[in-house]
Design a protein around this ligand. Sequence first.
Ligand code: 26Q
Length: 785
Amino acid sequence: MNKEELKLSIERTIKVKYGKTLDKALDYEIFNALSLSLLENIVDDWNETTELYAKGKQAYYFSAEYLMGRALGNNLISMGVYDEVRELLEELNININKIEEIEEDAGLGNGGLGRLSACFMDSAATMEIPLIGYGLRYNNGLFNQYVEDGFQVEDGDYWLKYGDPWSIRKESETQVIHFEDMDVKAVPYDMPIIGYGTRNVNTLRLWKAEPLKEFDFKLFNDQKYDEAIRLKNRAEDITRVLYPNDSTEEGKLLRLKQQYLLVSASIKDIIKKHKEKFGTVTKRLGELNAVQLNDTHPTLGIPELIRILVDEEGLTFDESLSIAKCMFSYTNHTILAEALEKWDITLIKELFPRILEVIQEIDKRFIAELKAAGYSGNAIKDYRIIYKKQARMANLAIHVGSAVNGVAKLHTDILKETELKNWYELYPEKFQNKTNGITPRRWLRLCNPELSSLITEVLGNEDWVRDLSLLKNLEKYVNDKSVLNKFMSIKHKKKEQLAEYVKENEGVTIDPDSLFDIQIKRLHEYKRQLLNAFYILDLYYRVKEDSNMDIPKITFLFGAKAFPGYKRAKAIVKFINEIANLVNNDKTINGKIKVVFVQNYRVSYAEKLCPAADISKQISTAGKEASGTGNMKLMLNGAPTFGTLDGANVEIVNESGRENNFIFGLEVEDIEELGKNYNPKDYYEKNPSLKRVVDALVDGTFDDGGSGDFEDLFDSLLEEGDQYYLLADFQSFKETEDKVFEAYKDKEEWAKKCFLNTCNAGIFSSDRTILEYAREIWMVERKSL
Ligand code: 26Q
């Protein structure tokens, strides 16, 4: 790209879009103009990639969530023009960081599952895999979070307020979606996914619901003004807002409509393209297209495909079902059986009666097969797709899908041995593991340019950005003082940058010379932020009692959103903030401990936190976290894991060595053994330091604003059996923290631990994961422009 041309393009865009000259443009106007000018440069490659992929077998990722974060910085890196553009802006007296910071995060996801889809998009483009993402273009993404008086306060997220320069509305590729009570348009907005180090540009296609008729003039003429507006709104409501995963009954109907709109529009899009090529639908449909269901949310795609093939394309039910069996595969992201999605059949019938008939037909045939194979009624009932007037989406996905995968080795083993044991016995050949990954572009190259430069300098080139396994070649420098010193001074620099940002955004001063202990993830009881909080409070009490206590200066950082209806999660936010308030304002501890709960944790905040961590806190109850991906981001940026043997932590520790991490607590087998005999009161009574911090919930130490929330937390532990084993793991947690403090004293040994974590993170690249999906599930080949 030519600098001068880019400059002219920016100026032109500012002129026609905002009616002014560049020197008068506001930051967001520059952001939009720059983005559009960059887009101009990739559109030809984008179209070429689309055509190239259409020639062979393609894969589709069906996901209700894409937690994309910001686009600009990432796209500049992928296009290989970041430095060039920074210089150009500098010449124009514009600071690139300010322009990057003006961009709103595209927060179209709740957490791990949504961010995984975003990483997969990036990896597929970079690995030149013919993968198209299908999703929904919510007007409002995940809510914004503020902390007021220690409580979480939510605010709507209108991410489109400055426009959306990276999307192209493809009006002409609109699909009409039929619901029993109305028809609506699904209009695609395409986002380019720019591969790194390749000309390939993949597509993320997000559907927006709109009324068939923008405005009903007849109603208007009849003076039914409200009615005219109401119809428009009713259509647009479908993609108005992303559902948080705690959503209660009220919103259910709309959520189901969302899911159907997503899959119906996407399946129609796939069939349309197939017919453009072959004239009619042939058996080859299943051979040329592979659909990955990201959890059960898009599972209605299965009956929707069959409905269209049977009712509109004239295939038989058998033919259609066998095409579906060939096309779909399903990824499971949750361990808890009770969390698997079920829909009341009355609801399905109300919205799309024909879809219910198709599901019933699949169920009927399946039962006949099981009977013929000699299964008894009792065994059959667990396999039923429709049972007790509910459609079980996971059963539908597993029965029809050609593959089922878990997202980390431990998770897949648990699925096979416990949660989905019966299915594994029935279809052992379908089960696979695909350990999650993260994209090295965003989670190292973009968020940590300083460490990236060092790696490039030591390895001699930038190949590692596309092949993260090359980081292993750094390992031989583990005793090289000069490399280690540079590595650790980069860590320090990232801590300084974070401290500055935290000061600005949270108003709290933190010391970059202190140990940064970071726990960032959704707020959930099983992730045990409360256990971390108890530990911090205990540490504070001990420091207060003994001002000479030998610990390093330490800063605990939390980032987490609690879902609006999840009372206990919100109580934990308040509890952490109460502790922060107590600890940060106590002059007598000389600032030895600081606690910060950062507001509005999101992708762009994670990019600042991950590179600055000295310790990565991953402390879920063993067996509960399917994989985790934040753990990989912190590891890649050189932080040892302080965690349980859960999810991908097991593989992290295997890769980087147990001696370079801090593993504590009960393991899956221990918990199985303890099982019903677990009595949290034993631990509470016998451990005075534990008792002291748990009692702080109810003894007036802290104020929950009269809500009774802290008493409820107390009850969850001592009256309701502490189902996440906080009390059982407290002592081990504490002893392991002591090991951290001990290890942290030896700066050189510490640096080695951090360094070895980076060296061994290569396997956790989502490039590796996406290639496994491509080869072992989708059977699609790399295709390069
Ligand atoms: C369900 C019904 C109604 C509304 C929302 C939902 C819903 C939405 C999102 C249910 C679940 C989710 C998200 C789940 C999730 O993020 N799971 C995480 O997936 C990661 C990627 O595989 C794993 O690393 C995490 O361990 C897992 O918790």
